[in-house]
Design a protein around this ligand. Structure first.
Ligand code: B12
Ligand code: SF4
Ligand code: SF4
Length: 310
């Protein structure tokens, strides 16, 4: 098929929607800019113990160094807004919304694989790689550069009609796709997220001090509960407080069915504290929450249980 670059871009974005992505936009494969904010974040030590964040920094900032020969980045989003009455969704022992359903890494990778097969049918010399979360790719920055959404003061990408309840992935490829245009930020003079963050992890420059962030502490941090966890943690896995208060997350339609299939708080805190390693294995199999290991779950449950008693 002989398509112009504009026709190819439209065709690829349409295919992305057909295989189950909610949004698809294109970023350039070269330097998207704003990499200095990443350096600043690393320089402050705000990555905590996530040593992998300090590796491959140049590749992280330049998709065309990560995938030699890359000409474009297709930035893709799937929504996971809970829909309906979501008011009781952050009680003690809650699981953050992005991790309630099936493991989004698996769901998005499967959809990327299907999309790449479909692209290969119209572009025989298509050569691309899909990335979901774990690779050295600046997913929010690329999505913002593509115009898929804008970065809010809570540090999250906010997408029109999907809010910040989206997960992201990319296909970096040799396709000469035409980049989209960044959209204007929509925070105005709101600062609800900064006021809502109980630990002071969220700074008004949009950068997050992971060492204080309950999402990091419950999902990434190994070892004993920190002071922030003992004082403020309510969750078994992750934290949504800086997203819940965002006006852009109100009244959203329910997100992708595969990502929203579990109830808000499906484990009893007493039960979790009594779990054996086998119980943990059974409860977390096939789900994103498995990133928090057995001892982390027990620790998270113990700190969250204190909130029940308050
Ligand atoms: C490390 C990490 C974390 C750390 C640090 C988070 C942070 N804010 O830095 C911790 C463990 C705390 C964390 C928490 C969460 N995370 Co996380 N995390 C990541 C990861 C692996 C890297 C992020 C990173 O590079 N951080 C360093 C900072 C400096 O970079 P950044 O956040 O991308 O910010 C850049 C942009 O904001 C850009 N920028 C700022 N303003 C502007 C303006 C314009 C115009 C442009 C172009 C760019 C731009 O500059 C910054 C630096 O260059 C990404 C996946 C990935 N590979 O990118 C997921 C990711 C960011 N996380 C995600 C999610 C869902 C979460 C949580 C919501 C989970 C939860 N409920 O518990 C929380 C949210 C906490 C928060 N307020 O950010 C999603 C975000 C989706 C979204 N809507 O933004 C991602 C993209 C994973 C995915 N594949 O979907 N996360
Ligand atoms: S996820 Fe929770 S702890 Fe982390 S910045 Fe947001 S409100 Fe603060
Ligand atoms: S709560 Fe307000 S300041 Fe924070 S991201 Fe949403 S609109 Fe922006």
């Amino acid at each position: 098929m002989d398509l112009s670059d504009a026709e190819l871009t439209a065709a690829v974005c349409d295919l992305a929607i057909e295989v189950g992505f909610a949004r698809a936009e294109v970023a350039p494969a070269g330097d998207p800019g704003r990499g200095e904010k990443f350096d600043e974040w690393l320089g402050r030590g705000w990555h905590g113990d996530m040593a992998y964040m300090a590796r491959n920094v140049e590749k992280r900032k330049r998709p065309d160094l990560l995938v030699p020969g890359a000409a474009s980045v297709l930035s893709l989003a799937v929504g996971y807004a809970p829909g309906g009455d979501d008011s009781a969704a952050s009680g003690p022992g809650y699981i953050a919304r992005f991790a309630r359903g099936r493991d989004y890494h698996k769901v998005l990778k499967r959809r990327c694989a299907e999309l790449m097969d479909r692209i290969g049918e119209i572009v025989p010399d298509f050569d691309g790689r899909a990335f979901v979360d774990t690779a050295p790719v600046m997913e929010r920055l690329l999505a913002a550069a593509a115009g898929l959404g804008w970065i809010g003061r809570n540090g999250c990408l906010i997408v029109e009609d999907l809010g910040s309840y989206v997960v992201l992935c990319e296909i970096i490829s040799n396709l000469p796709l035409i980049p989209g245009r960044p959209v204007a930020p929509g925070c105005g003079d709101c600062d609800a997220c900064i006021r809502a963050c109980p630990t002071g992890a969220l700074h008004d420059d949009g950068l997050v001090d992971s060492r204080k962030c309950l999402s990091y502490l419950t999902i990434e941090h190994r070892g004993d509960a920190t002071e922030e966890m003992r004082k403020f943690n309510r969750g078994l896995y992750g934290c949504d407080l800086c997203q819940e208060v965002c006006p852009h997350n109100r009244g959203l339609p329910p997100g992708d069915v595969e990502l929203t299939s579990s109830p808000a708080s499906e484990f009893d805190l007493d039960d979790v504290q009594a779990w054996s390693a086998d119980d943990w294995d059974l409860a977390t199999r096939g789900r994103a929450i498995r990133r928090a290991k057995y001892d982390m779950f027990i620790r998270n449950a113990a700190t969250a249980a204190v909130r029940l008693a308050e």
